[in-house]
Design a protein around this ligand. Structure first.
Ligand code: SME
Length: 168
């Protein structure tokens, strides 16, 4: 059984992401199934990062993104490239931090409680194969430390997972 290691209330973001990276590595070590790893990674992030109301994955399936494993309320299933925060991250091939989702043109509201968002593209062998999407009910929840920390988590995920068949 994998036991999530809770963090002290006083932990700063660098400590939180260091612990998350260690725990993620342990959780997916030796496992290459991209869906299983995405499911466990969503659960780990949702459990340990404070002030989230959604954490999960979308994968490129044909021309657009399709919902993958996540934690939180049911979400919209298909997102075209270039639409919303997720589709924008795919188009630009970089992480997108949105301090106020109401001010982001084309934001797709899956949960009306969401106020800020961070989306990190999954890039494997130079190809965008999906995104990690985090939503928060707090405005301005995500900063540079979150972007850098989540990019490291995505790197661990992409290195461990066989993503060759995911974009079918
Ligand atoms: N808000 C996202 C859609 C996905 S949900 O937040 C889970 C977007 O604008 O792309």
């Amino acid at each position: 059984m994998f036991e999530t290691k809770a963090l002290p209330q006083t932990a700063d973001k660098a400590e939180i992401y260091q612990s998350l990276a260690q725990q993620l590595s342990g959780l997916i070590a030796g496992e290459s199934d991209a869906i299983a790893n995405a499911a466990n990674m969503s659960a780990l992030i949702y459990d340990l990062l404070p002030d989230l109301n959604w954490a999960g994955f979308y994968f490129m399936r044909g021309p657009g993104l399709v919902l993958g494993p996540f934690q939180g309320k049911p979400a919209c299933i298909r997102i075209p490239v270039g639409r919303g925060v997720c589709g924008t991250a795919v188009e630009r091939r970089v992480s997108v931090v949105v301090p106020d989702v109401h001010a982001f043109p084309g934001h797709i509201a899956c949960d009306s409680a969401s106020r800020s968002e961070l989306v990190v593209p999954l890039i494997k062998n130079g190809e965008v194969v999906g995104v990690l999407d985090l939503d928060s009910p707090l405005p301005d929840r995500f900063d540079e430390a979150d972007r850098v920390g989540c990019e490291r988590l995505v790197e661990i995920y992409c290195d461990a997972s066989d993503l060759s068949g995911i974009t079918g």
